[in-house]
Write a protein that binds this ligand. Structure first.
Ligand code: NAG
Ligand code: NAG
Ligand code: NAG
Length: 649
């Protein structure tokens, strides 16, 4: 190779690289730069000197069930009965300033308090900034506290089985049958497991510990045993052979889980998933994050519902009341058109009341039952209840009201068949109609599932080898079985904020609700930011609840680190700083919060960076092919010219 040739190749490579980058940039460029609102929009006035008071009981009380005996107060980590006056409770404040306005969802509609807390108000009772250590946290046993609480409240439950030290997960036995579930009548007071997804190698920082303590105290202990919190730990090192012996299992618990939570840890590894789901091609978290939860549902039948939560979820307000608000909202929803309603980012400024949104969706569907009404796929008989009337017009949105939801999504859902660039939109296994099967996707892969729903997914995977991707699993099974699915419109913030009309268009699609009539998608939101994720990623990645958004980190970091004495640094607009420098956060659910530097275990979707890389590589490849062709043409110019000459004669 001569020097000249080498220089030429180098030039080709450089030109191709530049072309790839420019092309990718053009492809991913914002269609039209949106005009952002002034940063102060929705922000409390920093110059106000309002009164800051303890929030009144009406804002902070825990709702009672009407049909059940009252709760007996439980003991907290300080050995005191938890009650409104106790030091073990977060100290919520009412501040006489306008509350920041979420762009979608609503505190009022959800029955969420419009309270404020500093990080010290919120986490002080759980050891945050504990100068004078009041509790020896490593000797607190959260499983024992939860069991004691359940025992005090046992008469309220049908099956008050406590957390037991014995391992329940085990391998599938040869020929062991798995049955399709039957829907059972709901007990008066359902029991709900809160399952935090953890893994070997997870670094439990101070932030994680206070988060877990707060969530456990505010759910299991404050709600009189209605919730039981677990850590579901993915043991990555199969050589630990945790199912080989009790000692192996116990040793792994001791090595992988902080002492105070060891009693509530449940361990699994991939061999367990392989044993139960041999026909499913993959058992890794990205594709099948629900498999361990399905097994949890199978082996813990004393629970009616199962919240799967990630460790990078944070509640800046009372965790128990937030989760209860989600299930209260879901319970009150009718079944008819619930699938369609679950697609909308509810924006009060455009949709007015949620009842108005329901009426508008109903108008697009001309009173029809929507996708969830009698849908049946080829692969099995649905286990959910049949509609009470044949003609949906005869059901005036009464069916399902007051019934627990089988799936509560934490974010709006999408119709997978119409998604353009969701990486796993064509990934499935065993569906007879293949990609023609309607599939429902709600991200992120968190939510609350009923035992019926988990058992139905468990059966399909264990017996039929039927699977879709993590984020589509439980929502699709709910659709296929005619089970109740609701995506409650909890408050979500956005920074930077674009004009609301623009955000409504990007999240929900153009036009008013009644004009959503596209075949196959009537009554559904169809926002470009959801269906065509990549080019619009700059919109979704500004949200306080989106898997790849940095906004939750900015909020959480500022809230935790910029207290009194750190008054110079700016805080995001949703926070409010008082005269003395204390930083207050409104009542929010944030995800993902990575301020503790733990890496993600579950890539929820390809980020824009991956697309830049793919675009660059494709551009480079094309450039190289083009360059190579040009080089070959030049080298063989002689014969080519001759051929042309011959041709023309
Ligand atoms: C875990 O977090 C602590 C505190 O942030 C940090 O000092 C430590 O290096 C982290 N360890 C790992 C393995 O990431
Ligand atoms: C739903 O639509 C049907 C048909 O247009 C109509 O008769 C019914 O009153 C509507 N229901 C509500 C609650 O809007
Ligand atoms: C003050 O805020 C900055 C962020 O702007 C943070 O990095 C720093 O740790 C804070 N300092 C203190 C003393 O909290």
């Amino acid at each position: 190779m001569t020097n000249l040739t080498r220089t030429r190749i180098l030039i080709f490579v450089l030109v191709a690289l530049a072309l790839g980058l420019v092309g990718t940039h053009l492809l991913l460029r914002d269609e039209a730069p949106l005009e952002t609102l002034p940063a102060s929009h929705g922000q409390p006035d920093p110059n106000l000197r309002p009164s800051i008071k303890t929030a009144p009981g009406s804002e902070t009380e825990i709702k009672q069930w009407t049909a059940a005996p009252p709760r007996t107060p439980c003991v907290g980590p300080r050995g005191l009965d938890l009650g409104p006056e106790n030091d073990d409770n977060p100290r919520e404040k009412a501040i006489d300033i306008p509350y920041p306005r979420p762009f979608a969802g609503s505190h009022g509609l959800m029955g969420l308090s419009r309270t404020w807390m500093t990080a010290a108000d919120r986490y002080g009772p759980y050891g945050w900034g504990d100068d004078k250590k009041t509790v020896a946290w490593s000797s607190v046993d959260w499983a024992a506290l939860q069991n004691q609480c359940l025992e005090r409240n046992a008469p309220r439950f049908k099956q008050p089985t406590p957390i037991q030290p014995e391992r329940r997960f085990r391998m599938r036995e040869a020929g062991e049958e798995v049955r399709m579930p039957v829907v059972e009548p709901q007990p008066d007071v359902p029991r709900t497991a809160i399952v935090f997804r953890a893994w070997e190698g997870y670094n439990y920082t101070a932030e994680d510990l206070v988060n877990l303590r707060a969530t456990t105290a505010e759910t299991a202990l404050r709600f009189g045993g209605e919730y039981t919190v677990f850590l579901l730990v993915n043991v990555k090192d199969k050589d630990r052979n945790i199912f080989g012996s009790e000692q192996n299992y116990t040793r792994a618990v001791q090595e992988l889980v902080p002492p105070e939570f060891q009693g509530m840890a449940v361990l699994f590894d991939e061999t367990l998933l392989e044993s139960w789901y041999p026909a499913i091609e993959t058992h890794i978290t990205t594709y099948q994050v629900m498999q361990p939860l399905q097994l949890f549902g199978h082996f813990y039948p004393e629970f009616d519902h199962f919240w799967q939560l990630e460790l990078d979820l944070r509640f800046t307000g009372h965790a128990g009341r937030y989760l209860a608000a989600m299930s209260d909202f879901a319970r009150a929803q009718p079944r008819k058109q619930a699938m369609e309603r679950s697609t909308w980012f509810y924006i009060p400024e455009f949709h007015h009341g949620y009842a108005d949104l329901l009426v508008a969706i109903n108008a697009s569907l001309e009173g029809g039952g929507g996708l969830g009404w009698g849908t049946k796929i080829d692969d099995f008989e649905p286990v959910g209840p049949r509609p009470p009337v044949d003609d949906p017009l005869e059901d005036n949105f009464a069916w399902g009201v007051g019934e627990e939801a089988d799936f509560i999504a934490v974010g709006p859902c999408a119709h997978v068949q119409y998604m353009v660039d969701w990486a796993w939109r064509n990934w499935y296994q065993g569906l007879r109609a293949g990609t023609k099967t309607p599939r429902w996707m709600c991200q992120p892969a968190m939510g609350r599932a009923s035992r019926t729903l988990l058992q139905a997914a468990h059966h399909a995977q264990a017996v039929q080898g039927l699977a879709v991707h993590s984020e589509a699993t439980l929502s699709s099974f709910a659709l296929w079985h005619g089970l109740k699915l609701v995506a409650p419109p909890h408050p979500v913030f956005q920074d930077p904020q674009w004009p609301l009309a623009k955000m409504n268009e990007l999240y929900n699609g153009p036009g008013h609700v009644e004009s959503h009539l596209e075949p196959g998608m009537a009554g559904m939101a169809h926002g470009a930011a959801i269906y065509d994720i990549t080019p619009w990623a700059y919109v979704t990645t500004a949200s306080s609840f989106w898997y790849s958004s940095p906004f939750p980190d900015k909020i959480y970091d500022a809230w935790l680190s910029r207290g009194p004495g750190n008054t110079s640094a700016e805080v995001p607009y949703v926070l409010w700083r008082s005269e003395d420098g204390s930083v207050y956060a409104p009542n929010m659910m944030l995800h993902p919060v990575k301020t503790n530097r733990n890496i993600v275990d579950l890539p929820a979707g390809p980020g824009p960076l991956l697309y830049v890389a793919i675009g660059g590589a494709v551009g480079l490849g094309l450039g190289l092919v083009g360059g190579g062709f040009w080089w070959w043409k030049r080298r063989s110019r002689g014969s080519y010219a001759l051929l042309r000459k011959v041709d023309s004669e």
